[in-house]
Design a protein around this ligand. Structure first.
Ligand code: GDG
Length: 741
């Protein structure tokens, strides 16, 4: 409507201007028409009255002549009639003859159009010869009233104006209608092109896209992608990613957006300690990364309420504001029954999906009862998120393999939401994944996401291959998008990391003090070379393989017996699962066996500490060590490797890193090993223990540069910037959430 008015009003003004511009022309034209008309009329009158007038003149009947003239002027247009016998005589005329009309001038006016002004309006004077024998110079003068010409001219102009206005309205209407139809058609064509329709197979029943656009479609899409990635690369290069810059970007890019995080683990757990309630913050990279987002956007974090005092601190909507000392966002707690937790968390997620995705030679266990709980709990979380959404199109960040079904369930509840799902663990190849009895449901569930993130491109490839193998979906390997059920999911790589710089408290104690304190605490001689491993006690972390590598080192290089000890911090985890109990037993037995072999000649080669440590203590171990050994059999990223690097502001220490971690792709300056190859690992241990300080510094410096730059704020920021770009594009093509295909 606004567009129409914007177009119609100027057009009408232009046409009105034209109408006024042509008005003088109309005046001139109508005047010349009427003058010509009066000429003809005058000739007609002159010819008609010639005979009777001649007769009356010849008879000298002046009175009769005047009566005759008066009768003639009863015609409304004929104003006056007169006759001059000679230029010198007085005119015989009706009283109305203007005084300016004198017999002496008539010879000058003969044959011309003479106009006289008068109070009534212009008068037209025609002079015709009226010759007789008695009066060879006789002239008839006819004066016509021309005021009607002015009246007619005004009327003509008025009609002309109305005509132009009508014309303007009609032209505008037709133009606007045609323009609207063409614009809609063109926009629909462009939108469908930008969405990729018509480039690939047409969905059944869909309108074929405009064929004339097809040749430019791919180029256009590629251009948009290139521009986006250029802009992103440029932006990212210029940004030093910190919690504050992440907050600033969020305020700029996602001002006022409704942001919801969903994870199994909550960012604050309220525990009862006697009379007091303590708010514990779990040591988790995920919380570190997502909390700045929550603080900046005053968002909502939906999580399983697992603390002993969690129910005591929530309001009647199960919400609690955090951080406790300076509330900035809120947790919405979801309560699970013991059966739900057993089936969803311990069962399907940790006995099914965890071993399935890790390919760590532990068979996944799938039970239909667990699956039913997994579905039910995912549904419960979807409803909780929907009830927390303040707008129809929130940004929802779904975390990890506990919520594979949540994206599609959320898509049903909030069709316009932008759903970013991050899968923190690896994604296996299609053959391995096909073991899962509910493989199709899991993959389809994830495809409810607008963006699906993995740590490495390898995992993205595996996921896309799995989709291709299992579902009737359109996979575009150029843009790495999957179109399923009319929705598009972008599959992207977002390598997770740690906060940089680490909290000052972690680096407070200097390295020398850490070295002596750690050795003292563990009854190790001050000069012993120290290795460190920090893991959850999980079979994917390759702790047994790590111990075998140490054993092999001592076999191959016995000079290290009594001179090298390895401290393994193993935080108990998922202890309710039998596989984990067996694994713990195996780890303990392996350490005992190896210590039994080599401990007789000094300190034990392995110091196994199966207990949770505070982050400050973990950092003290990192700083005290000469090497850190990460030997995961399969790991999405592995944050321990990055934490070791962050802890070494002295630029010393060597990182030995399994090739099966995501981190190995980012930290090639580490000593990269195959944890299944004990000899190779032993060689790496020896190399680390003998590496010159200068080489340690060179390697550590490069790794620290990378971890500093590619930190966890960048991980979160990149996902949200992509989501913001997707929403902008969605608005451009008429949708805000998952882009429809
Ligand atoms: C999953 C993926 C991915 C360990 N023991 C203690 C302790 N930790 C901390 C470490 C580190 C974290 O736990 C472990 O993180 P990882 O990345 O190594 O491994 P997962 O727990 O398996 O995490 C993994 C990660 O998600 C993130 O996406 O990298 O691939 O498997 O921060 O320091 N922390 C404390 N005491 C301990 O005893 N405080």
């Amino acid at each position: 409507m606004r567009l129409s008015l914007r177009f119609v009003l100027p057009l009408m003004l232009v046409l009105a201007g034209i109408a006024y511009a042509v008005a003088p022309l109309v005046d001139r034209l109508t005047l010349s028409w009427f003058v010509h008309d009066l000429e003809s009329r005058s000739s007609l009158i002159a010819n008609t009255i010639q005979e009777p007038l001649q007769e009356l003149l010849a008879a000298g009947k002046r009175v009769k002549i005047l009566e005759f003239f008066n009768r003639l002027t009863q015609d409304e247009r004929l104003f006056a009639v007169g006759y001059c016998a000679t230029p010198a005589s007085r005119a015989l005329a009706t009283r109305s003859l203007p005084p300016e009309v004198r017999c002496s001038d008539l010879h000058l006016w003969e044959g011309t159009n003479h106009l006289l002004p008068s109070a009534k309006g212009p008068l037209h004077v025609t002079v015709r010869p009226m010759v007789s024998e008695a009066a060879p110079e006789g002239r008839l003068v006819l004066v016509h009233d021309m005021s009607f010409v002015t009246r007619r001219s005004e009327e003509t102009k008025r009609y002309l104006f109305y005509l132009f206005m009508g014309l303007a309205a009609a032209v505008s209407l037709v133009t606007v209608v045609i323009a609207q139809l063409s614009w809609r058609g063109w926009m629909a064509g462009m939108r469908s092109l930008l969405r990729g329709e018509g480039l690939l197979r047409q969905p059944r029943g869909a309108q074929p896209s405009l064929p004339e656009f097809k040749p430019i479609a791919r180029d256009l899409q590629r251009l948009i992608r290139e521009l986006e990635s250029d802009a992103r690369a440029r932006d990212e290069d210029q940004i030093t990613w910190t919690a504050e810059s992440l907050r600033a970007i969020l305020r700029g890019e996602l001002r006022g957006e409704d942001i919801i995080v969903v994870s199994n683990r909550e960012p604050y757990i309220h525990q009862r300690r006697g009379d007091r309630i303590e708010a514990q913050r779990p040591a988790s990279g995920l919380v570190t990364a997502l909390e700045p987002i929550m603080r900046a956007c005053s968002g909502t974090w939906v999580a399983h309420g697992s603390g002993s005092a969690d129910r005591e601190v929530v309001d009647r909507h199960d919400r609690v504001s955090v951080p406790p000392d300076k509330p900035a966002y809120r947790i919405r707690r979801v309560w699970l029954t013991a059966e739900e937790e057993a089936g969803y968390y311990y069962g399907f997620a940790n006995e099914g999906l965890w071993p399935l995705c890790h390919i760590a030679h532990v068979r996944p266990t799938f039970r239909s009862g667990d699956w039913a709980q997994y579905v039910a709990v995912n549904r419960k979380f979807a409803q909780a998120v929907a009830s927390e959404a303040k707008t129809k199109a929130p940004i929802v960040l779904v975390q990890d393999y506990h919520f594979a079904l949540l994206p599609s369930m959320l898509r049903e509840e909030l069709p316009d939401a932008t759903i970013i799902t991050f899968w923190h663990i690896p994604w296996p190849n299609p053959e391995s994944f096909a073991i899962c009895p509910w493989r199709d449901e899991v993959v389809a569930g994830l495809l409810g996401s607008s963006i699906l993130g993995f740590h490495t491109q390898f995992h993205c490839n595996n996921f896309v291959d799995t989709v291709d193998r299992l579902l009737e979906a359109r996979v575009d390997r150029e843009s790495f998008t999957v179109s399923f059920g009319g929705k598009l999911t972008a599959v992207r790589r977002y390598p997770i990391s740690i906060a940089w710089p680490p909290e000052a408290e972690m680096l407070q104690k200097n390295v020398a003090d850490c070295r002596s304190a750690v050795r003292e605490q563990n009854d190790l001689p001050p000069e012993v070379m120290l290795g460190i491993g920090v893991d959850r006690l999980d079979y994917t972390k390759g702790i047994v393989e790590r111990f075998r590598a140490i054993e092999r080192l001592l076999e191959l290089n016995p000079e290290w017996i009594g001179r090298f000890s390895f401290v393994q911090i193993a935080a108990p985890t998922r202890a309710g699962i039998e596989e984990y109990q067996q694994h713990e037993a195996q780890v303990r037995a392996t350490a005992t066996r190896i210590n039994g072999r080599f401990a007789r000649r000094g300190p034990p080669p392995i110091v196994l500490k199966v207990e949770h440590h505070e982050p400050r203590e973990v950092y003290a171990y990192f700083r005290a060590a000469d090497l850190c050994f990460v030997s995961s059999l399969h790991d999405g990223m592995n944050l321990v490797a990055k934490e070791f690097v962050a802890a070494r502001d002295d630029e010393r220490g060597v990182l030995i890193l399994s090739q099966f971690t995501g981190a190995a792709r980012e930290l090639p300056e580490a000593l990269i090993v195959n944890p299944y190859d004990a000899d190779q690992c032993a060689a790496a241990l020896h190399l680390a223990l003998t590496m010159p300080a200068a080489e340690q510094r060179d390697r550590m410096r490069l790794m620290r540069g990378l971890v500093a730059e590619f930190n966890v704020f960048r991980w979160a920021g990149r996902m949200l910037l992509d989501a913001a770009a997707m929403r902008r594009r969605g608005r451009l093509i008429g949708r805000s959430g998952g882009v429809e295909t």
